[in-house]
Design a protein around this ligand. Structure first.
Ligand SMILES: Nc1nc2c(ncn2[C@@H]2O[C@H](COP(=O)(O)OP(=O)(O)O)[C@@H](O)[C@H]2O)c(=O)[nH]1
Ligand SMILES: [Mg+2]
Length: 265
């Protein structure tokens, strides 16, 4: 068709617009406001906006977020959820809000501590733009030469153990389920994936995969074709994590429940 090569269609189709959810619980002292501002003001971040969800924080998080919104009203919005409901629910509510707003083609979530640098949002979004078949792009903390992945050894090995269990259970060769950097294409499937609250507070990432897998009747190869794990060039543990060692044990209990609910035949 004639329109296919017109300049209009080239510019209109260049980049998927993207609104990423940042869940925030007591992040007043960890939020690197300058880094957020620099990222959003950069020319290359056009089409990217952030929705911060204040999840019943007891510190000054909401004031910090409102300050950022005042300075960048076009690109920053704030959802105040009271009381604290946990990361899973904050992310779910945030992504539902992005879908209801109807401006973005892509959403997702990103940990507020910027363990994954914000700049990677552009690379994730570029992948979504270049490959329309992708519905999920997941950050993956793979320690490769030339990649700066700084993770505490204990958390690295516990994470590897957990991800291996998940990949066996889901029959999906996923390397890292728990990285807090993920983008999703907005589709009717995503709407259904987010329709109900998650059972698990911390491994809702696995629950998301299990819910997608249910759409494919457990055919993990079909789902695998819609997913891309992006080996991050940089990731570093940021002090102040709220995850405790007991959460690791709870994660296995949650994994068993997810398996029973979504995958056991
Ligand atoms: N909404 C919400 N977010 C939380 C909660 N706890 C942590 N988070 C957010 O989840 C993200 C990851 O938390 P973090 O403590 O850094 O976890 P870790 O890096 O996986 O150990 C951050 O954006 C936190 O603000 C919570 O109870 N509710
Ligand atoms: Mg963290």
């Amino acid at each position: 068709m004639a329109e296919e090569n017109s300049p209009e269609s080239e510019t209109a189709g260049t980049m998927e617009s993207c609104t990423v959810v940042i869940p925030c619980y007591n992040e007043a002292t960890r939020l690197r406001v300058d880094a957020y501002e620099a990222f959003l003001r950069s020319e290359t971040s056009r089409g990217i906006s952030l929705l911060f969800v204040n999840d019943g924080s007891l510190d000054g998080t909401l004031a910090v977020l409102n300050g950022l919104r005042t300075r960048l009203p076009e690109q920053v919005s704030v959802l105040d959820q009271q009381p604290n409901r946990g990361k899973a629910e904050a992310v779910r509510k945030g992504m539902l809000q992005v879908m209801a707003d109807g401006h973005a083609a892509v959403t997702g979530f990103w940990d507020a501590d910027l363990a994954t640098p914000l700049e990677e949002i552009r690379h994730f979004r570029d992948l979504m733009t270049a490959r329309p078949e992708l519905h999920l792009v997941l950050g993956s903390r793979v320690r490769l030469l030339g990649h700066r992945i700084h993770r505490q050894p204990v958390r690295h090995y516990l994470g590897r153990f957990f991800a291996t269990a998940v990949s066996l259970l889901l029959r999906l060769p996923v390397y890292d389920t728990q990285c807090g950097a993920k983008l999703f294409r907005i589709t009717p499937e995503l709407e259904q994936v987010l329709a109900e609250p998650f059972h698990s507070r911390w491994i809702f990432d696995v629950e998301i995969l299990a819910r997608y897998l249910a759409f494919h009747h457990g055919h993990s190869r079909e789902l695998g074709a819609e997913m891309y794990e992006y080996p991050l060039p940089e990731w570093s543990d940021v002090k102040g994590s709220k995850v405790r060692p007991t959460d690791f044990l709870r994660a296995f209990g949650d994994l068993a429940t997810i398996y029973r609910r979504h995958l056991a035949k």
